[in-house]
Design a protein around this ligand. Structure first.
Ligand SMILES: [Zn+2]
Length: 453
């Protein structure tokens, strides 16, 4: 959503999402499963990628792996050591937290508070219990490891991110995102490492998202109250899941329940119905035409905040084709959408704009000038795609075979109607009804179908 919106606003976005493919958890799990850490990480990475595709989440531009950035990590650790921010201890290297004066600022905690909260380490390896590992010496011979100035070992988790971030985005980055649980210690430590090494503010904007909760508790494996994306995708489609997430502000927790997902499904359905109904009223050609007129207007508003009034020709041309009241309404919709999204991604407000456009479109569709609703649907498709929705995709049964079978059933029913076999036609409708499939007959147009709750 963030990268889509920033690109829509005309920003040149480089979106990097890194993969941690070596850490304690991976090493332990790989050992249990008798596979290499690389094999284990690859298996889960493929699962993750499949789920992201199914959710219509855009892939990042660059997706570095920690194990391919080890040299860069060693370079930064060496630099920190030279500057006095790191020290070696029995083959491990630690970050000297007390030397970094801004430590704790991201999580709004003072060093004293953190220190009194930290458990005292039994091992005397660290100068201070808050010091964290930049490099970990190898423990057993068969363990995955790399050569370094401090002997064989592997990087700590936090330094992976500082190194990949610097390699692909530079010493300072605009936006760093992640779950709220990463603020401390992970992001606090990343910040400390990068700022100590490069003498620059690490991140201009931090975006930390709230958790999906059940009964107000974080969904997590350890609590056993979690659903996988694949579980969810069996019951709800990508548009619905996205809608559910976007109804809340990203910084807030989002409470999972079947009711709220059903509500989300109904929300998507209203938008999709507007698209389908309008398409069936004005036809695809008219919709495409409207799209061609609307898109440059959106672009102009995005770029300058207003219409190109200096380009009189364009305006006259537009006025001839788009009625003035319609134009004003569309401009208002676009501006509210942009203002909402510019306000720290107020997606629930942005969604309400989509509903406004959809309901105006539906009203115009049954008015004296139904052709004008094409502008509404063109705008609806454009703005909803900025939020990552694909309204042209049907809710469920979105696999090709199911849609083809439905078309077949509808054409059989059509045939029986032509033959005035009303009993058969009703039978088909009733039986489909039992499967929650609703048929909508239209005058002079093919029958359309949809799924009901
Ligand atoms: Zn990180």
């Amino acid at each position: 959503m963030v990268s889509r919106y920033l690109r829509f606003k005309g920003y040149d976005v480089t979106y990097v999402r890194n993969i941690t493919d070596v850490d304690d958890k991976i090493i332990n799990r790989a050992r249990e499963n008798n596979v290499t850490p690389k094999e284990l990480a690859t298996t889960y990475y493929k699962e993750f990628q499949k789920a992201m595709d199914a959710l219509n989440v855009l892939p990042p531009d660059i997706e570095p792996k920690a194990t391919e950035t080890i040299e860069d990590m060693i370079k930064i650790i060496k630099k920190l050591e030279e500057k006095g921010f790191a020290y070696e201890s029995e083959g491990d290297v630690y970050f000297r937290v007390t030397k970094f004066k801004k430590y704790g600022r991201l999580g709004k905690q003072s060093l004293d508070d953190l220190q009194s909260g930290a458990r005292v380490e039994a091992s005397g390896k660290k100068e201070n219990p808050l010091d964290f590992a930049l490099w970990k010496a190898v423990k057993t011979e068969d363990e995955i490891s790399w050569d370094s100035p401090w002997g064989k070992g592997r990087p700590g988790w936090h330094i992976e991110c500082s190194a990949m971030s610097e390699k692909y985005l530079g010493e300072q980055i605009d936006i760093h995102a992640g779950g709220q649980d990463l603020i401390f210690p992970h992001h606090e430590n990343e910040k400390a490492q990068s700022e100590a090494a490069f003498d620059k503010d690490f991140v201009n904007f931090w975006m930390h998202n709230g958790f999906v909760t059940t009964n107000k508790e974080k969904m997590s494996k350890s609590l056993g109250n979690f659903l996988t994306i694949n579980d969810l995708l069996e019951k709800y489609d990508a548009n619905t899941i996205r809608f559910f997430i976007l109804t809340n502000h990203y910084r807030m927790p989002v409470e999972f329940s079947d009711e709220s997902l059903k509500a989300a499904r109904n929300g998507v359905k209203r938008l999709r119905n507007a698209y389908e109904d309008i398409k069936n009223t004005v036809g695809e050609e008219k919709m495409e035409e409207a799209g061609k007129l609307i898109i440059p207007i959106i672009d102009e508003i995005v770029k300058t905040g207003q219409l190109p009034f200096h380009e009189i020709d364009t305006m006259q041309e537009l006025e001839e084709k788009i009625p003035a009241d319609m134009m004003n309404l569309k401009i208002k919709n676009i501006k509210i959408f942009i203002n909402a999204m510019d306000d720290d991604f107020n997606t629930s407000k942005a969604l309400s704009v989509l509903f406004d456009i959809a309901s105006v479109g539906q009203k115009i569709r049954v008015s004296e000038h139904p052709e004008n609703c094409a502008f509404c649907v063109a705008l609806l498709l454009k703005l909803s795609s900025v939020l990552g929705f694909d309204l042209t995709k049907s809710e469920t049964l979105n696999d090709d075979l199911s849609s083809q079978l439905m078309e077949l059933v509808i054409s059989i029913r059509q045939k029986s109607r032509e033959e005035k076999n009303w009993a058969m036609s009703d039978f088909i409708r009733d039986e489909l009804g039992k499967l929650n499939i609703v048929l909508k007959d239209q005058k002079d147009k093919p029958t359309i179908w949809s799924l009901q709750d």
